[in-house]
Design a protein around this ligand. Sequence first.
Ligand code: HEM
Length: 255
Amino acid sequence: MIVEYIRYRIGRADAEEFEAAYGRAAASLAAAPQCVDYELSRCVDEPEWYVLRITWTSADDHLQGFRGGEHFAAFFSAIKPYVQQIEEMRHYERTAVRGAGSSVPSMYDWAGGIEALERLTETFYEQVLKDDLIGPLFAHMDPGHPKYVAMWLAEVFGGPSRYTHERGGYHHMLVQHLGKAITEPQRRRWVNLLMDAADVVGLPSDPEFRAAFASYIEWGTRLAFANSQPGARPPQQAPVPRWGWGVAPPYSPTS
Ligand code: HEM
């Protein structure tokens, strides 16, 4: 991915029409498969300055694909009157220095931290061991298993990276599922028992948390199912996945 920044200097008298023109041009960006996202911002301190940020799938995709493609003509005709007011137009490569701030709490904090996740997994595995369909899979499970899975979930949901540093990370988790030949009814039972345990231990029940939590569990169990099948050849090394709120961050009446 590549980020293009275009800085404009637009006289106050033209600002309204400029924004309206970009409102029209945006339809072409939205329709372009080379465009990841875009945003036009206006400077607060010196309102004649605007910055347009467009993330492209690559510089080539922008320069050859978009400019040579079907959406460019409409885009260019909307913004053409302002080309002379461009002060900078460059592609920037992302560096490793990036991340999210803490304006939105992590799912780990929202859930109640490691104590809440350990309560969840203790309760869950008590039921798992009694279960006729999946109990036998866990007959020889390590007594620390509930704590290890809580540690895994903690890391996934934005808590400390302890599973990676203390337990061997993704690879260690992966090998424990290889060859287990989990069936779809077993996968579904695992999900159902975990969701029941979430209610029993009182994990937050707001729609946003539960939707994001359930989406990770659905994704993770489907991967565990696939990786456990005979002959499966999943990647041996990968980072522990990080799961966030997705399209519905926690509800705040003030936002
Ligand atoms: C989101 C889904 C899942 C997650 C996050 C998960 C997580 C884990 C982790 C972290 C371990 C290794 C624990 C350690 O460090 O020792 C593990 C092991 C294991 N998992 Fe899963 N798992 C998932 C789904 C499933 C499913 C669907 C099944 C079967 C129905 C399953 C069966 C097992 C078994 C049998 C072990 C080995 C337990 C032992 O003998 O100690 N897992 N899982």
